[in-house]
Structure formats: structure tokens, C-alpha cells
Design a protein around this ligand. Structure first.
Ligand code: NAD
Ligand code: TYD
Length: 352
């Protein structure tokens, strides 16, 4: 038995592969294009682990994916590969269309051909799990109930629109061709190996570097935060027991305004790494121009996953965020490595 994981050198994919191999011995084939967001250093601890094979490539490369499927004969494909940063999608949507829509389509085509070639028992055991986001549901008002799986899709950014399109393709491959698919729509993740252009790692990194902590608009936008390892445990649970063709919302019941998240980060840093001049990191907070079309509020109702599959997050926001700050303080080499090159160019453009 083997699984194929795409986007495995990114934030969530890497956490998933590391956790997977820490808790069982089923081999993993990793496929990643190594874009600016893909970092092999995230998987460095698996370098001499025979259970892990890394392949550098694109989910949209049908010949490569066909070859991998034929050679390794996985019992499941988990698709984490995506362009994932909303702000980048606003500046340049093209890559999002290519990877998230066209790439997912080509991956589905390869998987469908492989699945059709399997003997009956393997065919019925096979799963294609697509990792998606709560952003496909659009933006909530302050009194709206949290997103359920039955909410209609109302994506507002090129990123969320491209993820919505990929979700629809996955659904259609089940409905039309019978492909055994599962989809998870998760809220904002945080934790180790998070690329430092996203809010939480960016704030930790800038705080320590003595730089401004940029808050878009009034900072009252709400996100529902989930510790990445809880997202990974939800995916494992859905892979094991999810109903074919269904979608599962994954969330931590942790709705927080951005400004509160940043205050929490500053307070933890004040305790864990106090500034030599005795001042608070909060003084570095700077309000900057808002993101165009900025969604006001996301909130996930994860009760289906909890009720039907018995999943629960292990971390609260308070425990998860403290672990995260600790991880960044303990892994400054990792941060230094990724905050060069493409990262610098991005920060120069975005916060000019
Ligand atoms: P990430 O940007 O950190 O990593 C994406 C990975 O995919 C990178 O390693 C990149 O090199 C790889 N990749 C990009 N294009 C590729 C291609 N064409 N072929 C192969 N590999 C390619 O993203 P992430 O935060 O780890 O997100 C993983 C998945 O989870 C995405 O599908 C994203 O939409 C979804 N998601 C993310 C969050 C979040 O808060 N980060 C929340 C919900 C869902
Ligand atoms: P982000 O981490 O980019 O995730 P997403 O846009 O997918 O939710 O941003 C989280 C929230 O933080 C979002 O409301 C935008 C806001 N934000 C800032 O206020 N300042 C920043 O510098 C960044 C990157 C994000």
C-alpha cells in the first residue's frame, strides 16, 4: 500500500507527510513542483527514509503523473498542490488558473485512467482526496451562521474562484465517472513550516526583525484558525471513513479578528523573547491599505465531520499559537532560508 501526495513540500502537505510517516509505515510518493512556496527543507528529516520518495514535477504533467501511478500503484491520491496566497492571486491570477484549475483537471484525468485500469477490489478501495478551502463559500456577515457543506459557493478572489472551480471538477468526476472522491474545505491553518508571507508567520518574522506588523484595513476581518496538525488528522479521518462524493468542512471553532491574532502573537513574543529595551512588540503594529475585495469573515461549522466521523481538533487556539511561536523561535534557520529570493521580491512589491 502506498499513497501519492501532491504539494508535499508546501506548508500543509509537508506537515501531512511528516505526520503520516510518524504514525504509520505506509510509503508516501511526494509530487511537488517546488514553486516559491515549495521547500524541500520541510521534508529534510525524511531524506534517508526509504518509506518516502520525492518527485519534482507538476500535477498538470499528464505523462509524469501517468508514469508515477503506473509505477507506484497508490491506493489513494491526496491533492494538496495549489497556488494558495490570496494576495498573489490578486496581483497575478494566471498561475492560479493553471495549477488550481487546469492542473487539477489534468491530475483528475490521469487518476481516472489509472483507476479504470485497476482490478475490482483495488478500484473500490481507491480514493482521490481533494484538499480545499472555506474561502469558496465567500464572506459572512457578523451575524451569519458558520459555513455548512450545503452553503452555496460564492468565491470572491481569483484564489478562491480557482479553488471553487477545482472542487466542482472533483465533484463532477464522481458524479459523471464514478471516481471515488472526497473533498475537505478547511479554514485558515497555522503552525510549523508556514511560509512567512501569510499573516501569522509574517507577523512573527517581522516582529523579531524589528519591522512593521502590517494590518490590512481596520484589522477587524475574522478568520477561523486551525492548527495544521489538526487539519492533517481530519484529512486522515476523511480518507479512512469519508462517504464517497461528499465534502467535509474542517475548522477549529476559533474565530478571531486579525488584530486580536496579532495582539496575541505580540503578547506571546513579549513573554518568550522580550525586547531588550523592555517595550512591547505591539508598538510595531501598523495599519496599511486594505486588500481589494477583502472577505470580512470566515467561520466553519465542522459539526458534520465531528458527528459522522468522530473527529475533534486536539489544539485550542491558545495552545496551538503558543506552540507555533515556539517553533518559529526554535527554527530561525528555516526562516532565514526561506526569507531570501522570491520572498524578498514579494515583500518589496506588496508592502512598498
Ligand atoms: P502552500 O502554498 O504552502 O504549498 C503549496 C505546494 O504546492 C507548494 O509546495 C508548491 O510547490 C506546490 N505546487 C504548486 N503548484 C504545483 C503544481 N502545479 N504541481 C505540483 N505542485 C505544485 O499551500 P498550503 O498552505 O500548504 O495549502 C495546501 C492546500 O491546502 C492548498 O490546496 C490550499 O488551497 C489548501 N488550504 C490551505 C489553507 C491554509 O490556511 N494554508 C486552508 C485551507 C485549505
Ligand atoms: P492570509 O494569511 O493571507 O490568509 P487568507 O487571506 O487566505 O485568509 O491572511 C489572513 C488574514 O490576515 C486576512 O484577513 C488578510 C490579513 N492580513 C493582514 O492584515 N496583513 C498581512 O500582511 C497579511 C499577509 C494578511
Amino acid at each position: 500500500m502506498t499513497i501519492l501526495v501532491t504539494g508535499s513540500a508546501g506548508f500543509i502537505g509537508a506537515n501531512f507527510v511528516l505526520d503520516w510517516l510518524a504514525i504509520n509505515d505506509e510509503p508516501v510518493i511526494s509530487l511537488d513542483k517546488l514553486t516559491y512556496a515549495g521547500n524541500l527543507q520541510n521534508l529534510a528529516s525524511l531524506e534517508s527514509d526509504e518509506r518516502h520518495t520525492f518527485v519534482h514535477g507538476d500535477i498538470g504533467d499528464g505523462d509524469l503523473v501517468d508514469r508515477l501511478l503506473a509505477e507506484y500503484r497508490p491506493r489513494a491520491v491526496l491533492n494538496f498542490a495549489a497556488e494558495s496566497h490570496v494576495d498573489r492571486s490578486i496581483r497575478g491570477p494566471e498561475d492560479f488558473i493553471q495549477t488550481n484549475i487546469v492542473g487539477t483537471f489534468r491530475l483528475l484525468e490521469s487518476v481516472r485512467a489509472y483507476w479504470n485500469s485497476l482490478p475490482d477490489a483495488d478500484k473500490s478501495a481507491f480514493r482521490f482526496l481533494h484538499v480545499s478551502t472555506d474561502e469558496v463559500y465567500g464572506s459572512l456577515g457578523s451575524n451569519d451562521p458558520a459555513f455548512k457543506e450545503s452553503n452555496k459557493y460564492e468565491p470572491n478572489s481569483p484564489y478562491s474562484a480557482s479553488k471553487a472551480a477545482s472542487d466542482h471538477l472533483v465533484r463532477a468526476y464522481h458524479h459523471t465517472y464514478g471516481l471515488p472522491v472526497l473533498t475537505t474545505n478547511c479554514s485558515n491553518n497555522y503552525g510549523p513550516y508556514h511560509f512567512p508571507e501569510k499573516l501569522i508567520p509574517l507577523v512573527i518574522h517581522n516582529a523579531l526583525a524589528g519591522k512593521p506588523l502590517p494590518i490590512y484595513g481596520d484589522g477587524q476581518q475574522i478568520r477561523d484558525w486551525l492548527y495544521v496538525k489538526d487539519h492533517c488528522s481530519a484529512i486522515r479521518r476523511v480518507l479512512d471513513a469519508g462517504q464517497l462524493g461528499e465534502t467535509y468542512n474542517v475548522g477549529g471553532w476559533n474565530e478571531k479578528a486579525n488584530i486580536d491574532v496579532v495582539h496575541t502573537l505580540c503578547d506571546i513574543l513579549d513573554q518568550e523573547k522580550p525586547k531588550t529595551d523592555g517595550r512591547s512588540y505591539r508598538e510595531q503594529i501598523t495599519f496599511v491599505k486594505d486588500r481589494p475585495g477583502h472577505d470580512r469573515r470566515y467561520a466553519i461549522d465542522a459539526s458534520r465531520l465531528e458527528r459522522e466521523l468522530g473527529w475533534k481538533p486536539a489544539e485550542t487556539f491558545e495552545t496551538g499559537i503558543r506552540k507555533t511561536v515556539r517553533w518559529y523561535l526554535d527554527n530561525q534557520d528555516w526562516v532565514a532560508n526561506v526569507t531570501s529570493g522570491a520572498y524578498r521580491e514579494w515583500v518589496g512589491k506588496q508592502y512598498a
